[in-house]
Ligand binder design. Structure first.
Ligand code: PMP
Length: 481
């Protein structure tokens, strides 16, 4: 049991000593003290099914034992020798990670975050091409340092930044965009930007495969799980390469098996980028980011000293290596495909029942559900989504478990469903357990448990798997609007 400071005390300290820019997801902020696979636990030991996964960061599951073991073993041995010496953790991870990429993508640079990775990627593109102009897509998020804040294309995330040489192309948004799902029509805008907004050549183009980033301080958000219209990326990549630019894929959220059909989001679009950036899922919660490119492009840093104190730190790279092994061993990409597809179908069925659900979209365990008060006008249901989120965290089914889900989209009206990739699909079943074993393990059992009867020795329980539970809770919450 947790006996540390309670939510009120933490909130007081947070208001006094921490940045005023941190938003809270709930009216009464949750004090989350433990995590186990797809579950989080608050200060009272109350369990939540985590359908947000630390904003698509937790891929293997919270505190996955094998990732923890790798971190502990490396921490005991050596934490920080500096990259100026040799160490096997960084080299082994680089080799394993490079093997996950197509084409000639095999030279890695490690960073501490997605922002740094994108800053470095844009710098490499600028050095390689000798050009300064970068094109990114409206509504995208690429980070919060000077260059990446410039490339990020949404007013909520630009704070008086000097945006040098950045152009924002039309968003190939299949739900609200002017050309619907015709990716090639949106791609024309990139040609026009080059023709009319630059000297005729660019350093590069950067985009996510599915836009989905963070909450804004006023509980708006960018992204909103928008999958780029089909045909868009191949057409844009052709255009960019014709004028000598490099194509950068920001895989900070879509990478590491989350989209199920592929290990990387760009693969679903049939393209191979020149540079790929990663963070979030790469370390399952440990701060690490990376950039990969080809040996030819990487040459631009030969003779230049790009130095990053903690980038490639052995503890972080040991964690990253363990994550790759767990993803493979537990077949989490396949799980994301099957469970995500099943969940999306269930949510689409829910759309038939609730008029407020305007769209259900996404890939694998990266699903968006957009709430609108009018399906024709697509009026964002900004207030309603907040009510549903609050309701979902309540223990409706009286099994001592609520559901945590994310929210985003330019209007803040899109549910972002990005659980740890160990979410389960199977239908409810019945099991009988030793009472004592259950008592000891109940706070970490891998599924919600309904006790339906017991005797001295044994307890009969029903186990309900994650997707069904999630959909039931969402259904009840939507019905209460
Ligand atoms: N790119 C994308 C697509 C992201 O979602 C984020 C983080 N939300 C970033 C870049 C920046 O990553 P970080 O917060 O680790 O700097």
């Amino acid at each position: 049991p947790y006996d540390g400071p309670r939510a009120d005390e933490i909130l007081r300290k947070r208001s006094e000593f921490l940045s005023p820019s941190f938003p809270h997801l709930y009216q009464k902020p949750l004090n989350i003290v433990d995590g186990k696979m797809q579950y989080l636990f608050d200060e009272d030991g109350r369990r939540y099914l985590d359908a947000f996964g630390g904003i698509a960061t937790i891929c293997c599951g919270h505190c996955h034992p094998e990732v923890i073991e790798a971190i502990i073993n490396q921490t005991k041995r050596l934490q920080h020798p500096t990259v100026l010496y040799l160490n096997n953790a960084i080299a082994d991870f680089a080799e394993a990670l490079a093997s996950k990429f197509p084409g000639d993508l095999k030279v890695l640079f490690f960073t501490n975050s997605g922002t740094e990775a994108n800053e470095l990627a844009m710098m490499i593109a600028r050095l390689y091409t000798g050009c300064h102009d970068i094109i990114s897509i409206r509504n995208s998020y690429h980070g919060n340092a000077a260059g990446t804040m410039g490339a990020t294309a949404q007013c909520n995330w630009k704070f008086n930044v000097i945006q040098s040489g950045v152009h924002h192309a039309l968003n190939p948004d299949q739900y609200r965009g002017v050309f619907g799902s015709d990716g090639e029509k949106y791609a024309k805008d990139v040609e026009e930007i080059i023709d009319f907004g630059t000297s005729g050549s660019v350093a590069g183009f950067i985009s996510e495969a599915i836009q989905m980033p963070n909450l804004h301080a006023f509980l708006m958000g960018v992204g909103g799980i928008l999958e780029l219209a089909p045909g868009y990326l191949p057409a844009v990549y052709r255009t960019i390469r014709k004028v000598g630019g490099l194509c950068i894929a920001d895989e900070v959220q879509t990478g590491f098996a989350r989209t199920g059909s592929h290990f990387w989001g760009f693969e679903a679009h049939g393209v191979v980028p020149d540079i790929v950036t990663m963070a979030k899922g790469i370390g399952n919660g440990i701060p690490i980011g990376a950039v990969i490119t080809t040996p030819e492009i990487a040459q631009v840093l030969t003779g230049r000293c790009y130095f990053n104190t903690f980038g490639g730190n052995p503890v972080c790279t040991a964690a990253g290596h363990a994550v790759l092994k767990v993803l493979d061993k537990e077949k989490l990409q396949e799980n994301a495909l099957i469970v995500g597809g099943y969940l999306k179908d269930q949510l689409k069925a829910l759309q038939e029942k609730h008029d407020i659900i305007g769209d259900v979209r996404g890939r694998g365990l990266m699903i968006g559900m957009e709430l609108v008060t009018d399906r024709t006008k697509k009026t964002p249901a900004k207030t309603e989504i907040l009510h549903v989120m609050e309701l979902m965290k309540v223990d409706f089914l009286r099994i001592d478990m609520g559901v945590l889900v994310g929210k985003g989209g330019f209007y803040g009206n899109v549910f972002r469903i990005t659980p740890p990739l160990c979410f389960t699909k199977e239908d409810s079943g019945m099991v009988s357990e030793q009472k004592s074993a259950l008592l000891h393990s109940s706070s970490v059992a891998p599924f919600p448990i309904f006790a339906v009867g017991c005797d001295e020795e044994r307890i009969l329980i029903i186990i309900s798997f994650n997707t069904d539970f999630f959909v039931d809770v969402m259904d009840i919450a939507l019905s209460k609007l």
